[in-house]
Write a protein that binds this ligand. Structure first.
Ligand code: ZN
Length: 254
């Protein structure tokens, strides 16, 4: 549900039709209304998407400034806007129509060896694309804020137990969001929105912020190397790589 305020200069003749663009839930919607301006039940459609994705105008409120038949202030309420999750379910229907090939079960694959890559959650940095990964690489990608393995050392032991991991990679990137904030700033944000939070929980909170991404890469590699729960031989396989988002070059730090 989204409320949008639309205003035109008082006294302006009502247009025959009105095209309007709105951004709701990160999606761009096109709204086209016939005279007189917007009407309830006017359909809104996500631009560039399936026509079934969208919603409708639920309610039109005229402001005190409005005059009959004039283009003046209106507030429209967009109802049943499709969430991103619902769009993904819709896209999956299209995916299924193209034909899905069953993914082999672990028992069919014989629990084959895997590589494991820790990468940042930053949407600009897609490890599959920038590393040219293929299915043959059998890489498990764990994406965390700043790409730190600090909170996922348990995952290494679990997957290693299942498939026997052969190599670990810590992948960092330039202009990482983790360099734009401090742990204290995030703790303050948490406290602002959770006034009754336990002090120890807040004190223990850390996400891996840094002012030096190269140094942070070394620290995260060391974190794996010194982990008592990661298999000893596996600890020695870990590399730290840095991807420059401007030049596209990948550099080994460790
Ligand atoms: Zn990042």
């Amino acid at each position: 549900m989204a409320r949008i305020f639309i205003c035109a200069k008082q006294g302006t003749p009502a247009p025959v039709s009105f095209h309007f663009i709105a951004v709701v839930n990160g999606c761009v919607f096109a709204i086209e209304a016939k005279r007189p301006l917007f009407e309830p039940r006017t359909r809104v459609v996500a631009l560039g998407e399936d026509e079934n994705i969208g919603g409708h105008i639920e309610q039109v409120e005229h402001s005190a400034l409005n005059r009959p038949q004039s283009a003046a202030a209106q507030i429209i309420t967009l109802a049943t806007m499709t969430s991103f999750a619902e769009q993904l379910l819709k896209r999956n229907e299209a995916y299924l129509e193209k034909g899905h090939r069953a993914i082999p079960l672990f028992t069919d694959l014989g629990f084959t060896p895997k590589k494991m890559i820790f990468s940042c959650i930053d949407a600009r940095v897609n490890p599959i694309a920038l590393l040219g990964l293929t299915d043959a690489d059998e890489a498990v990608i764990v994406r965390t804020a700043s790409g730190t393995p600090a909170r996922n050392l348990n995952d290494i032991a679990a997957i290693d137990n299942l498939t026997t991991i052969t190599e670990l990679i810590v992948l960092k990137h330039t202009d990482c969001g983790a360099t734009y904030m401090t742990e204290d700033q995030i703790r303050a944000h948490i406290r602002t929105h959770n006034a009754d939070i336990d002090g120890q929980v807040l004190k223990d909170y850390a996400v891996g912020t840094t002012h030096d991404i190269v140094e942070r890469t070394r620290q995260d590699v060391e974190l794996i190397k010194s982990s008592p729960i990661v298999r000893k031989e596996l600890r020695e396989t870990v590399s730290g790589l840095l991807f420059d988002i401007t030049t596209g070059k990948l550099t080994r730090i460790v």
